[in-house]
Design a protein around this ligand. Sequence first.
Ligand code: ATP
Ligand code: MG
Ligand code: MG
Ligand code: MG
Length: 471
Amino acid sequence: MKSSEIREKFLKFFESKGHTIVRSSPLVPGNDPTMLLTNSGMVQFKDVFLGLDTRPYSRATTVQRCVRAGGKHNDLENVGYTARHHTFFEMLGNFSFGDYFKRDAIAYAWELLTKVYGLPAEKLTVTVYQEDDEAYDIWANEIGVPKERIIRIGDNKGARYASDNFWQMADTGPCGPCTEVFYDHGAEIWGGPPGSAEEDGDRFIEIWNLVFMQFNRDEAGNMTKLPKPCVDTGMGMERLAAVLQHVHSNYEIDLFQALIKAAARETHTEDLESKSLRVIADHIRAASFLIVDGIIPSSEGHGYVLRRIIRRALRHGHKLGQTKPFFYKLAADLDKEMGTAYPELTDKLAYVQQVLKTEEERFGETLENGMKILEAQLVKDPHKLDGGTAFTLYDTYGFPLDLTADICRERGVTLDEEGFAAAMENQKRTARAAGKFKMAANVEYTGAKTSFVGYDQLVFDSAVIALYANG
Ligand code: ATP
Ligand code: MG
Ligand code: MG
Ligand code: MG
């Protein structure tokens, strides 16, 4: 089943259950200054959940474009390492604003998965929040899922990708217990059911999360009840496509294969399994859609998320031996795959390519030179990259810290992040003493467009802090 059919079946199913089809909102949330980028379907409805906004409908369904490359949900470091994470992905969702609750939400999800999409029931495992007996009973007694495939999950903080059945959009805002549906891709793939010691593997892949929105968390961490209990669900379109196309990894679905082939063509790479090709294919989607939604690469905020994504892709291109601009060309291949679903991409294609190409030209030379410095340093010490070099790469060569960290991770080298922070601090002190800001080579002053908020903000913007927080 192709992605277009998957989207359509989802929306039509929920429309038949009285839901209004609502368009995807842009990647920059219009209603929430605390949130950098839209990370889930519920973001555009946040105020409706909080009772601050009303809509002419109490049930809605969407295919929402999302980016998870910073903030509470950050998957940048997972891309290229797992079968299921992207920076940009499409989330299929259905929402109830004080209308139906757990019973209908679960029944709809089951009907859609097993009847409309035809997934074999025995391949599905579900989780419920530890104390949520109500959800447990619905799955066990009304739907008839065998008890050995209903798993209670608390606040599981152990495993790297630990399932935790209490969903939060961010540190503040609407939240609540959830129930999730996992698909078992088979014993030949390493991994165990959610909550088990092997859950970090990719055998059981989470496909759908049904959140029972009941609380609003404030800055002090206090939870108050929402005016009405609501439902917010999200299913990754690419993960469902993998299941429906009988492949394991998201990167094997039709859409990604086309992008991977295009990336191979532009980088003259024969090995289609190359991790770098997967990263490039992922990043062309995120970068292009961020540009479509009005973001341009810069040194802070949204623009820095975009810059980090583009530069990571370029570094992977470089790793594949690419020295000339290539990344921008892939936007046309993306348009072939996604332009029908997102006409705004087709409309702005030339602009997207121009923005990407400019950033490629800007970074191309410093990337080459920075890599030489990095390699030379690693010859001196093959186990550790010192903070001073990481800072030089950042400051003079425009290497975002996460890009350097990615190279170190690939090579099993420890990155001295403390040394980096110290070098940064040192430079700030010197600049202060000199009574003026010394602008770093990779930091551009965007004049009237962005207010210059000072050096701290430029460097430690929220996206970078999130990267630190996510280790
Ligand atoms: P995971 O545990 O696999 O990281 P999650 O629990 O963080 O996923 P949710 O926040 O529950 O994901 O989001 C709802 C759904 O969106 C998930 O069940 C999944 O299908 C999809 N999804 C989440 N993150 C990604 C991603 N980075 N790339 C692709 N799909 C995703
Ligand atoms: Mg996640
Ligand atoms: Mg999860
Ligand atoms: Mg989840």
